[in-house]
Design a protein around this ligand. Structure first.
Ligand code: UDX
Ligand code: UDX
Length: 437
């Protein structure tokens, strides 16, 4: 078991730090954001992530988990340093490495003895090499390090489960010592023979991009199949279920919807496409998935406009679900953003509701109306659009909604509403690729 510093206590850094403390390590989660660290130090979790709070409390009580703004002191005390700051998309489409670069400088200044330095943030292939070069550039006496790429595969909303019971752990390093150190921090997984795979740094970096891009591609594929289903009277739900029974395909990530969002898929695809271009390799599939996703988001807006008779001008629309997926408060690249912008651009009015993400969306759209529950949000609206597959939307009282609404238009971009019930209640509805009843 090791002393570990995590730099960057966002969605990924926090779950990683908490998970590693649960595995028995002593972990300091650091960040430059004072507000975040103060909240955590007073026992409050700054993000919504199911199951996280109880593990945080347990490990704080067991003296294994700490939160600090003092990144320098934390580095000096630790044997393993994990970089988990954001790598958002830059204006050119590649990953913005400024935060990673700044953290690498901080590590360099505070290297006081041998450490394993590990990148968990998603970084372009070849970044590890650059980081190693930078760390070596002002080599101090008594300081030594080995480098590891250890990509994350944490889905927001099920990140705790993904961390504690991973499908695989990838450890990219040329150093046997660093590999063994990493196996040690993941000891419970190692003992349970969870698949821990050692690769080169570049291969580990590529595994992350290749995995996320494949999943995104799969979603774009089923979205396009759904769009075709609509034209040829086929039902995408039955198609996806039947396809998924084939073990070679699998039924995961085969749900059509309003286009993928989140902090990873959109930027990772763009970054991979950029890397490919830089290396003179044409990745038609990746570029097509990006294009298909953009179209899918727009298609949802057109669906709404076509559904509501007389267009959207002056209409009140309830938008249910703002987060990019269920079980998170994250709205980064959420399809709801396009939908709300579109409604506003057509001079419609938006009533927004999300069980968790209202506050996050308020920062982007401060002037739309936010509600604390579904039934208030749908009161007197002309139309309703479901954007996120929250469980509470799967069991809506559609009769109550019908009588609260002025209009009878429903767009279900997640295919979660019961079509028989919608028809019986005389809703005029649309969804993504399902045969209407
Ligand atoms: C990030 C990356 O964007 C993603 O590519 C990677 O796969 C996982 O890590 P996420 O954890 O969702 O994703 O980012 P975010 O929630 O924005 O957290 C980043 C944290 O780093 C923030 O709390 C920020 O304050 C902190 N930070 C940023 C630092 O501590 N130091 C810095 O120099 C910059
Ligand atoms: C993703 C990766 O799955 C995870 O391994 C890690 O690398 C971080 O990025 P995350 O973005 O949190 O996780 O959520 P994910 O469950 O992958 O969903 C991404 C988007 O795809 C969401 O907008 C979701 O609604 C959409 N999606 C997912 C679909 O439209 N259909 C599906 O079948 C699955």
């Amino acid at each position: 078991m090791k002393n570990i510093t995590i730099i960057g206590t966002g969605y990924v850094g926090l779950v990683t730090g908490v998970g590693l403390s649960e595995f028995g390590n002593k972990v300091i989660c650091t960040d430059i954001n004072n507000d975040k660290i103060s909240k955590l130090n007073s026992g409050k979790v700054p993000i919504y992530e199911p199951g996280l709070e109880e593990i945080i409390i347990r490990n704080i009580q067991n003296d294994r988990l700490f939160f600090s703004l003092d990144i320098a002191a934390s580095i000096k005390k630790s044997e393993v340093i994990i970089i988990a700051v954001g790598t958002p998309q830059s204006d050119h489409g590649d990953a913005d490495m400024q935060y990673v670069d700044s953290v690498v400088n901080t590590i360099k200044e505070n290297l006081n003895n041998y450490k394993v330095i590990c990148t968990k943030s998603t970084v372009p292939i070849g970044s590890g090499k650059k980081i190693i070069k930078s760390l070596k550039s002002s080599y101090k006496e008594n300081s030594d390090f080995n480098y590891v790429s250890n990509p994350e595969f944490l889905r927001e909303g099920s990140a705790v489960k993904d961390f504690l019971w991973p499908d695989r752990v990838i450890i990219g390093t040329s150093s046997l010592n660093a590999y063994e150190t990493m196996c040690d921090i993941y000891r419970p997984l190692y003992i349970n023979k969870n698949p821990i795979k050692r690769t080169s740094v570049e291969t580990a970096e590529m595994i992350k991009y290749a995995s996320n891009s494949f999943l995104a591609l799969k979603i774009s594929y089923i979205n396009e199949i759904a769009n075709l289903c609509e034209q040829v009277d086929a039902d995408v739900h039955d198609v996806a279920v039947a396809m998924g029974k084939d073990g070679r395909i699998s039924d995961k990530f085969l749900h059509p919807g309003p286009g993928f969002g989140g902090s990873c898929f959109p930027k990772d695809l763009r970054s991979l496409s950029y890397i490919a271009k830089e290396n003179d390799v044409k990745m038609s599939t990746i570029n097509a998935a990006i294009e298909a996703n953009k179209k899918q988001k727009y298609l949802m807006c057109c669906k709404l406009e076509n559904l509501v008779s007389g267009g959207l001008k002056g209409k009140e629309i309830a938008v249910l679900g703002l987060a990019f997926k269920a079980n998170t408060d994250d709205i980064r690249d959420s399809s709801s953003i396009e939908m709300i912008s579109f409604i506003l651009s057509k001079s419609g009015k938006v009533n927004a509701y999300d069980p968790i993400a209202n506050d996050s969306m308020l920062k982007i759209f401060p002037n739309i109306a936010y509600f604390q529950n579904v039934y208030e949000a749908v009161n007197k609206v002309d139309a309703l659009v479901v954007m996120t597959e929250w469980n509470e939307f799967r069991s809506l009282d559609l009769r109550k909604i019908r009588s609260a609404m002025n209009g009878n238009f429903i767009l279900d971009t997640r295919n979660i509403l019961n079509m028989k019930e919608l028809s019986a209640l005389k809703f005029v509805y649309d969804n993504v690729g399902r045969q209407k009843i």
